[in-house]
Design a protein around this ligand. Structure first.
Ligand code: SF4
Ligand code: SF4
Ligand code: SF4
Length: 164
């Protein structure tokens, strides 16, 4: 149970900072993502029941199916992976492909980046690469616009651009 709790805590710490970047256009994403965090937090101090896990899965599916951008799908995907990899029971998680485009674009300003790697270590989809002490870059094909790189950069090197 301790390993599961650590993994649940890891997922919570990935999802929570993302919630401030959710624009709110899709109600399930705006409200449901925070509700998923609440359910996950309840798993830290009480044994997850099958009913509660299924409630979490239903919520994640609802959010994923109604999300208008990739960002809204990050939290449901993290929840599906958590359940698939940590719960013995055969839960019905959603594996549909992500075919959406980002509504905002994150880019690293080469003139400000000091190559500390903090953003790369915290990117949930491993979209950032580079060598220490040199400017890092974001692979836009992988990026899901979660905003964690911007949050973690202490040098204000990550810029946000609206996609037209
Ligand atoms: S899915 Fe995307 S567009 Fe919809 S509320 Fe979430 S962040 Fe906004
Ligand atoms: S956290 Fe900021 S300074 Fe560090 S590698 Fe990333 S963009 Fe560059
Ligand atoms: S590059 Fe930044 S915005 Fe894109 S997925 Fe990684 S942490 Fe999120």
């Amino acid at each position: 149970m301790l390993d599961i709790q650590k993994n649940i805590q890891d997922v919570i710490s990935q999802i929570k900072p993302m919630t401030k970047y959710l624009c709110g256009k899709c109600t399930p994403c705006r409200i449901g993502t925070k509700r998923m965090v609440e359910i996950l937090e309840s798993f830290l101090y009480e044994q997850p029941t099958r009913e509660k896990v299924e409630q979490l899965i239903d919520l994640a599916k609802d959010i994923k199916q109604s999300s208008k951008c990739k960002l809204g799908r990050v939290a449901p995907n993290l929840v599906f992976d958590l359940i698939k990899n940590n719960f013995d029971e055969n839960f019905d998680v959603d594996d549909e492909d992500d075919d959406l485009v980002n509504t905002i674009r994150f880019e690293i300003d080469k003139t400000k980046c000091v190559g500390c790697s903090l953003c790369a270590r915290n990117c949930p989809v491993k979209a950032i690469s580079g060598e220490l002490k040199k400017p890092f870059i974001i692979n836009q094909d992988k990026c899901v616009a979660c905003g964690l790189c911007k949050k973690n950069c202490k040098f204000n090197a990550v810029q946000v651009k609206e996609e037209s």
